[in-house]
Write a protein that binds this ligand. Structure first.
Ligand code: ATP
Length: 232
């Protein structure tokens, strides 16, 4: 369960300039398994997503994940909430898939031999078994995004927050990642510009000017967004 209680995020303006309100008046209870966040560029979607794992903290109000306040229990929240970025290069820090997933598993599996076995199992599950020792730089964009997802899911988070995870991918890889996300047991909060993917969510939040302006079931909320943006 993700909860936002009267959340606002305000950034300090440059010297002499007024502060900038990035999000305001966000009040949400999100028990749904599939939540999509859509909206124009710069509307505040990433900020909303980053609040869920404490990457951004509220200036006022509270964000709770399973009752844990992100401002007071950041480490516990981050163990519960996995975060996937648009660009997998932001996430992949080790030279090979084997080492990258092993790093993710370090806390969860202290025994090196068992960890090594689990790494192979994880990479196999994501169709990357063939690429365990290939340089991360040699992977395609789609393979990198799958590896980033594998690393995050290996830590067994209860919630997965994905900030435009398919934006850099071609149609084929977009489908692979979409299907993978759809198959997960975890609660998934997906920030996306892909309105088809958003329409499949149980609940869609439309963000505009730092506020949640539409909150509803997938297809109806996407339609409301199309009307607001006058796009067909
Ligand atoms: N730390 C900050 N200081 C000042 N302004 C910020 C800061 N972080 C975000 N902003 C501004 O807040 C607004 C919302 O940013 P955010 O990244 O959440 O939007 P977004 O909806 O995810 O955009 P996009 O679809 O382009 O990724 C933008 O105008 C951004 O420039």
């Amino acid at each position: 369960m993700i909860e936002f209680e009267s959340v606002a995020v305000v950034a300090e303006g440059s010297p002499g300039a007024p502060d900038v309100t990035i999000l305001a008046g966000v009040e949400l209870r999100l028990p749904e398994r599939r939540v999509a966040v859509i909206g124009a560029n710069g509307s505040g979607k990433s900020t909303l997503a980053r609040l869920v794992n404490g990457l951004v903290l509220p200036t006022s109000g509270r964000v709770l994940v399973d009752g844990l306040d992100t401002a007071r229990h950041g480490a516990a929240v981050r163990r519960r909430v996995g975060f996937v970025f648009t660009d997998p290069d932001a996430q992949l820090v080790m030279p090979t898939p084997r080492e990258d997933v092993a790093l993710s598993l370090r806390r969860l599996e202290p025994d090196a031999a068992t960890r090594a076995e689990r790494v192979v199992g994880v990479l196999d599950r994501f169709g990357l078994a063939r690429l365990v020792d290939v340089s991360v730089h040699a992977l395609s964009g789609g393979q990198k995004q799958l590896l980033a997802l594998a690393g995050v899911l290996a830590t067994e988070p209860a919630v997965l927050v994905c900030d435009e995870p398919t934006t850099l991918l071609d149609l084929r890889w977009r489908r692979v990642v979409d299907e993978l996300l759809a198959s997960l047991d975890q609660q998934v909060l997906l920030v996306t510009h892909d309105l088809e993917a958003a329409g499949r969510a149980d609940r869609v939040l439309v963000v505009d000017g730092g506020r949640v302006v539409v909150d509803g079931a997938g297809p109806a909320a996407v339609e409301a967004y199309r009307s607001r943006m006058a796009i067909r």
